[in-house]
Write a protein that binds this ligand. Structure first.
Ligand SMILES: [Zn+2]
Length: 108
Protein backbone atom coordinates (compact mmCIF):
# COMPACT_ATOMS: atom_id res chain seq x y z
CA UNK A 1 0.00 0.00 0.00
CA UNK A 2 3.04 2.28 -0.19
CA UNK A 3 3.21 3.22 3.48
CA UNK A 4 6.69 4.04 4.60
CA UNK A 5 8.02 1.44 7.02
CA UNK A 6 8.62 2.94 10.39
CA UNK A 7 6.62 6.02 9.58
CA UNK A 8 3.82 5.21 11.96
CA UNK A 9 6.19 4.08 14.65
CA UNK A 10 8.01 7.36 14.38
CA UNK A 11 4.66 9.06 14.67
CA UNK A 12 3.88 6.98 17.70
CA UNK A 13 7.09 8.05 19.40
CA UNK A 14 6.23 11.62 18.60
CA UNK A 15 2.75 11.01 19.96
CA UNK A 16 4.06 9.46 23.14
CA UNK A 17 5.97 12.65 23.65
CA UNK A 18 3.16 15.01 22.75
CA UNK A 19 0.18 12.94 23.88
CA UNK A 20 -1.42 13.04 20.44
CA UNK A 21 -3.07 10.05 18.79
CA UNK A 22 -1.20 9.81 15.49
CA UNK A 23 -2.87 6.95 13.68
CA UNK A 24 -6.19 8.71 13.71
CA UNK A 25 -4.50 11.39 11.67
CA UNK A 26 -2.95 8.95 9.25
CA UNK A 27 -4.29 9.78 5.76
CA UNK A 28 -4.54 6.10 4.79
CA UNK A 29 -6.46 5.36 7.95
CA UNK A 30 -8.77 8.29 7.36
CA UNK A 31 -9.52 7.00 3.87
CA UNK A 32 -10.11 3.44 5.10
CA UNK A 33 -12.32 4.69 7.91
CA UNK A 34 -14.44 6.72 5.52
CA UNK A 35 -14.69 3.75 3.18
CA UNK A 36 -15.93 1.50 5.98
CA UNK A 37 -18.43 4.06 7.29
CA UNK A 38 -19.86 4.49 3.80
CA UNK A 39 -19.88 0.74 3.17
CA UNK A 40 -21.80 0.18 6.39
CA UNK A 41 -24.08 3.18 5.74
CA UNK A 42 -22.83 4.99 8.84
CA UNK A 43 -24.76 2.46 10.88
CA UNK A 44 -23.22 0.70 13.86
CA UNK A 45 -22.52 -2.96 13.13
CA UNK A 46 -21.83 -3.91 16.73
CA UNK A 47 -25.17 -3.36 18.46
CA UNK A 48 -23.93 -3.71 22.01
CA UNK A 49 -25.70 -2.41 25.09
CA UNK A 50 -25.99 1.37 24.84
CA UNK A 51 -25.76 1.34 21.04
CA UNK A 52 -26.90 4.58 19.41
CA UNK A 53 -26.92 3.05 15.90
CA UNK A 54 -25.34 6.05 14.21
CA UNK A 55 -21.73 5.18 13.56
CA UNK A 56 -19.02 7.76 13.44
CA UNK A 57 -16.12 5.56 14.43
CA UNK A 58 -14.78 2.26 13.13
CA UNK A 59 -13.94 -0.79 15.15
CA UNK A 60 -11.18 -3.27 14.32
CA UNK A 61 -12.41 -6.79 14.93
CA UNK A 62 -9.83 -8.54 17.06
CA UNK A 63 -8.04 -5.33 17.94
CA UNK A 64 -6.10 -2.75 16.01
CA UNK A 65 -2.44 -3.04 15.11
CA UNK A 66 -0.07 -1.43 12.65
CA UNK A 67 -0.68 -4.37 10.32
CA UNK A 68 -4.45 -4.07 10.14
CA UNK A 69 -4.91 -0.38 10.77
CA UNK A 70 -6.19 0.20 7.23
CA UNK A 71 -7.51 -3.30 6.54
CA UNK A 72 -11.14 -2.65 5.69
CA UNK A 73 -11.85 -6.39 5.91
CA UNK A 74 -11.50 -6.31 9.68
CA UNK A 75 -13.05 -2.89 10.16
CA UNK A 76 -16.71 -2.30 10.89
CA UNK A 77 -18.65 0.88 11.44
CA UNK A 78 -19.30 1.43 15.13
CA UNK A 79 -21.01 4.03 17.26
CA UNK A 80 -18.96 5.59 19.98
CA UNK A 81 -20.60 3.75 22.91
CA UNK A 82 -20.07 0.35 21.26
CA UNK A 83 -16.52 1.07 20.23
CA UNK A 84 -15.64 2.35 23.67
CA UNK A 85 -17.24 -0.67 25.27
CA UNK A 86 -15.54 -3.16 22.98
CA UNK A 87 -12.26 -1.34 23.29
CA UNK A 88 -12.12 -2.02 27.02
CA UNK A 89 -12.47 -5.75 27.61
CA UNK A 90 -12.93 -5.21 31.34
CA UNK A 91 -16.03 -3.16 30.65
CA UNK A 92 -17.67 -5.85 28.57
CA UNK A 93 -20.52 -7.85 29.95
CA UNK A 94 -19.64 -11.50 30.01
CA UNK A 95 -21.58 -13.56 27.53
CA UNK A 96 -24.52 -15.36 29.10
CA UNK A 97 -23.42 -18.80 30.13
CA UNK A 98 -25.86 -21.61 29.98
CA UNK A 99 -25.28 -23.83 32.98
CA UNK A 100 -26.00 -27.26 31.73
CA UNK A 101 -25.53 -30.58 33.40
CA UNK A 102 -21.93 -31.01 32.36
CA UNK A 103 -21.13 -28.12 34.64
CA UNK A 104 -22.55 -29.84 37.67
CA UNK A 105 -20.51 -33.01 37.71
CA UNK A 106 -19.03 -33.71 41.05
CA UNK A 107 -15.51 -34.65 41.91
CA UNK A 108 -15.60 -37.60 44.23
ZN1 LIG B 1 -23.35 0.72 18.47
Amino acid sequence: MGAQPGGWNANKREAARTGAVPWRNNPLYKAARLFVLNRDHWTCQMGLDGCVRKANTVHHKGGVSDANLCDTNVMVAACKPCNTREGRPGMRDPAPVRRTQWMSMEIS
